[in-house]
Design a binder for this molecule. Sequence first.
Ligand code: NAD
Length: 486
Amino acid sequence: MGLAELLAPAQPRLFIGGGWCDAADGATFDTRDPAHDDCVLADVARGGALDIDAAVTAARAAWPAWAATAPADRSACLRRLADAVEAAAETLATIEVLDNGKSLTLARAEVAGCVAYLHYYAGAADKIQGETVPLGDGYLDYVQREPLGVSAHIVPWNAPLSMLCRSLAPALAAGNTAVVKPAEQTPLSALKLAQVLADAGLPNGVFNVVTGFGSEAGAALAAHAGIDSITFTGSVATGRAVLRAAAEHVKPVVVELGGKSPQLVFADAGLEQVAREVVKGIFTNSGQYCDAGSRLLVEQSVAEPLCERVVGIARELSVGPGLDAPDLGPLVSREHFERVCGYMTLARQEGARALIGGAPLDRPGCFVPPTIYADVSPAMRIYREEIFGPVLTVTPFADEDEALALANDCDYGLAAGVFTADIDRALRLASRIEAGYIMVNEYFAGGIGAPFGGCKLSGYSRERGLVALENYTRTRNVVIRWKTDR
Ligand code: NAD
């Protein structure tokens, strides 16, 4: 089935107020399949400031009715949306694969995650409760949580639908409407989602999508005076720009930024199992996850046997077009491919030793094989900078103190994996590693209920879990003086 049929009746245009339209100036841009990036997949509307304004206006108009919908009815609506996404899962996953390159296996899992986000927050929609504050006789003080209004969602390309649903589901559940700006590399799945949600009965204007470039549509959305919150997931540089833009109108910003997460392996961990976790932690999604475990820190005494096992497993991984459901698909775009290849050149210059990989595959498309570098020290840029590709660095440590120092010697603080049979050590490290999300003995462990987010340059916000509802609600306190005598 071709892309147009997969998308239909959605169109590669803007989705505003429940209908499809061209950009105000008629501009378009092309999006490509990174497995065959000489071919254009679709010409997509290139939204700008005027289109963002129209989308915010539509979301604002839809807001009072959506906010006034009884929470139990909003909950029921979100469940219908979840069912509709589930019914369209194969189409959504296939569109994601074509646009992003990721393996079909992974795309299916990510769409299943979107369904789960919608169900989770459907369940929460009628449980956003307030409280009373004891001020003494004669006073009633109650605190209630209310929706913010129009929520803006600026989405990255690495897990487009999943990142969108992560913030969209709690925003809608709490009674907000949404304007979404997908990444220019991967605009298509959000457009299909818009159609699926509309067909499932989401009222017009509650969900709007403006495709386009970050410097145009993205910047216009972040700077718009008519929005009430921004959820930004992406790079540190763009995160700073969004925070600056939001400061002008004093809007709250959820910022989920990059990472350079360590995987700490101690000699007492079962190496066979750990090797599989390490491989999963870095090579899933071709290393294009913000919480990819890209720095392997390993106790000196087991560095060699662990590396042998990791390399052995990595060598067996398949690399190919996402529709063939390989272990690794291509990188998302030619531009990103060049960037990752640049880090491979840098690795050679910095004196790192490639245990496997180290050069792109000699075939058309943006394919980079699993790559592992040994002899990597914290002074090297490949140790410190987020490469966002299938590239693992290996650095040995002598003891727990050195392991902790290496883990924390980083500007980022998103996630960390700790592999050890010693529960005391696991708990010590879990409380001392500078990161927001720690996983012990299983990489990517967790679920929607587990709050996710970082510290340091990775950002300060938390998504997932009930705590994420706070991103989309504000507190109102009402204090009443009542007469105690008659
Ligand atoms: P990016 O910052 O280049 O782009 C992200 C989004 O911002 C895109 O939609 C883009 O169009 C938009 N944008 C660009 N310039 C803008 C501007 N001036 N104003 C407003 N919007 C603008 O990031 P990317 O390359 O798409 O994503 C990769 C990055 O995202 C990595 O650093 C990764 O670690 C991070 N990420 C973080 C998380 C998390 O939860 N912490 C999750 C996924 C990805």
